[in-house]
Design a protein around this ligand. Structure first.
Ligand SMILES: Cc1cc2nc3c(=O)[nH]c(=O)nc-3n(C[C@H](O)[C@H](O)[C@H](O)COP(=O)(O)O)c2cc1C
Length: 374
């Protein structure tokens, strides 16, 4: 671990942008202290079809895939979680070290803090320092890209900060709506995105954060020049639930807290995977409520290329931070890989490519069936 580990429990340093830092630490702690997971997880409505006589040897199952121009050992992505606080630096270092050792994808959280306050840069930069080889996905919000004062240089800075292989622009309308002083005007987004597209060839993916993509928007963004999608559907972490715990609610003005009322709003992850896959053949990451390697297999059978996890890795990294190791995060990645390999073996599928989009290998029941047949 780095020698510069922050030890004074979670206290922001003076002269740094305190507001962003306070928010960052609250976002990390609330999902660990409260249940802010969506109530419904639609992955349980998908059953994969068992094959009693696997023809491939278990160890010969190939989980590797290509992610843009890098080969990774398995279709697993550590989703965007954090950056912009000394504790985030520790979490990002643990995640990046683990991802490097297991050769999977690592994402950083919104880099806005790093652009606005150079003192916070190291919480992002650390990822590339400890993970020189793996694909790292950078992250910036639709709010920043839509600003009137937006300039492409800030996007370039995000790329340079971590030598990003790919950038994600996160669309988090519900989150912005229910948080204090959220960015809720996106009129300039398309125009500003074109400026980015003109200047940068780096792959850019559109990413939701827990409310999912519909088909029409996926089609539009595909045409606009995005290189892929992270569906970030409902089923896992609910940002509205997080904000309701942060208590921004103005009870002088309204009788009910919108963050609580919109807690379950959005498109379930499996539905969103199917919607987006029907709109584009580009890269598709299935994130939002995945819990096991079986959920990765289900996502891939529905059309995703990769499964993404935020909450699971937040938990493992937090444990690691307490024990000054990376063992819990490594164990989690290895568990996911073993479950995914077991799943493929029991389905008699020898590699990830052969599972992709194989809707005939899954049965869809219950609420999910109803969603898809409306
Ligand atoms: C503590 C926390 C912070 C997050 N911060 C970001 C962020 O900065 N940028 C982003 O695109 N997504 C962010 N996300 C959303 C996740 O990347 C992911 O899309 C979402 O949590 C759903 O995955 P999960 O159900 O596995 O948690 C964050 C999630 C959590 C739990």
């Amino acid at each position: 671990m780095t020698s510069s580990r922050f030890r004074k429990e979670d206290m922001p340093e003076p002269n740094q942008s305190k507001e962003i830092m306070d928010r960052k630490i609250e976002h990390l702690k609330i999902p660990l202290e409260y249940n802010v997971q969506h109530l419904e997880n639609y992955f349980d409505d998908i059953k994969l079809i068992h094959h009693p006589l696997p023809e491939v040897d278990f160890e010969d199952i190939d989980l590797s895939i290509k992610f843009f121009n890098k080969k990774i050992s398995a279709p697993i992505c550590i989703s965007a979680i954090t950056g912009g606080h000394p504790v985030s630096k520790e979490i990002n270092e643990i995640l990046a070290r683990s991802a490097e050792e297991e050769n999977i994808i690592m994402s950083v959280g919104s880099q806005r803090a790093g652009i606005e306050d150079p003192a916070l840069l190291s919480s992002f930069e650390v990822t590339r320092e400890v993970a020189p080889n793996i694909p790292i996905i950078g992250n910036i919000g639709i709010g920043q890209v839509s600003e009137e004062k937006f300039n492409v240089e800030s996007f370039s800075k995000c790329i340079e900060m971590i030598h990003a292989d790919v950038m994600a622009i996160h669309l988090n309308a519900l989150h912005e709506l229910v948080q204090d002083k959220g960015d809720i005007s996106y009129k300039l987004f398309r125009e500003n995105f074109q400026k980015i597209r003109k200047k940068h060839k780096i792959p850019i993916i559109a990413k939701e954060v827990g409310t999912g993509f519909n088909r029409d928007l996926a089609m539009e963004l595909d045409k606009l020049g995005f290189d892929g999608f992270d569906v970030g559907g409902t089923g896992g972490t609910s940002f509205a639930a997080i904000e309701s715990k942060r208590n921004n609610f103005d009870n002088q003005k309204y009788t009910r807290d919108p963050a609580e009322i919109f807690r379950e709003w959005g498109i379930p992850t499996p539905v969103s995977i199917i919607y987006v896959r029907s709109a584009t053949q580009k890269l598709l990451i299935g994130t939002g409520g995945l819990k096991t390697g079986i959920d990765i297999a289900k996502s891939i059978a529905l059309g995703a290329d990769i499964g993404g996890f935020a909450y699971k890795f937040l938990k493992s990294a937090w444990k690691d931070r307490k024990s000054n190791s990376i063992s819990n995060t490594l164990k989690e990645i290895r568990t996911l890989k073993n479950e995914l390999r077991s799943c493929l073996w029991l389905m008699n599928v020898e590699n990830i490519e052969k599972l992709k989009g194989q809707r005939n290998k899954c049965i869809i029941l219950g609420e999910l069936y109803k969603w898809l047949n409306q």
